[in-house]
Design a protein around this ligand. Sequence first.
Ligand code: PLP
Length: 396
Amino acid sequence: MPESKGRFGIHGGQYIPETLMNAVIELERAYDHYKNDPDFNRELTELFNSYAGRPSLLYYAEKLTRELGGAKIYLKREDLNHTGSHKINNVLGQALLAKKMGKTRLIAETGAGQHGVATATAAALLDMECVVFMGEEDTKRQALNVYRMKLLGSEVIPVRTGTATLKDAVSEAMREWTSRIDDTHYCLGSVMGPHPFPTIVRDFQAVISREARAQILEAEGRLPDAVIACVGGGSNAIGSFYHFIPDESVKLIGCEAAGRGIDTFETAATVNTGRLGIFHGMKSYFCQDEYGQIAPVYSISAGLDYPGIGPEHAHLHDIGRAEYVPVTDEAAVNAFEYLSRTEGIIPAIESAHAVAYAMKLAPTLDKDKIIIITISGRGDKDCAAIARYRGEDIYE
Ligand SMILES: *Cc1c(COP(=O)(O)O)cnc(C)c1O
């Protein structure tokens, strides 16, 4: 096994069955070629700009800044992208890569359905077949997204194994890829899984910090003091951090879903409560029980309740370059409502975790400090759930 490849410190790697090795090697070779191919990059930029709506705005949240009374706050508006989140960045990149590789079929896993919908969208646009694996539990909770994927021409396969949620959908998609690699690309949704996925997804999401770095230099003539993003698997966060990693003065802060609190069993805060382990093809930190089994995780936010974290984040944590803080459901819901009221921007409940931490941090900083918060997605999808959380029942 190529132990040196795809390592971030001790994390990452390729812990996969022999049967998956060929698929992963083929993908790695293709990516190594196309990432430097001017035509590929031109086509991807064209899709980003003319289809996804990039570059996304870096918005100065003046009212939020004034009310919190500390650091100047900018929002990187990934919620304005087509399909409503950062997921489209990765999906357009991988779908285009798959097409160049001669693949005609995409498969994907999805939890809440956001990545599934984004993949179904790219498949429709690029004229590819698409099959999405989704835990049966999730297909019931997210019936509207199941309908969207079908409307976009994709097939949705409910997964009944395990807890019938996201981690089982990932396992099933990997199994399917093993049995059909000739015409199929596995479009993985976050910076996780075996090498080269964490690198590929990171590179496609890095457009967030490439833009944000240039935009803040343009607006303020200097770098920010902190960049804050929510972390599920970690793709919007690594995309937001990446081009700031060499800038030692910029604090990088990932916000994990603490659920009902990191001292309860109902949490998904991997760095804060997890341990080193190997799962889904990678070495990283995972929420585990006392026997080392992957623990059931919980968060109000379906996009953050994955029991692991991408290997590059695990490494940035180990070396102290990034900090990972837990944010509870309650704090996230408060932030969801607060940003809506103050700026007229309804953030995804995932992104609200980042807003919540910024609401704590900003007032402790001087007025000449600058914070960028990544708003990874829009919150329309969450309104019914938040209403229910507040004891109000509305029909979707
Ligand atoms: C999927 C999703 C996330 C979590 O995934 P990451 O890979 O950690 O970015 C966060 N925000 C939104 C809006 C999402 O759809």
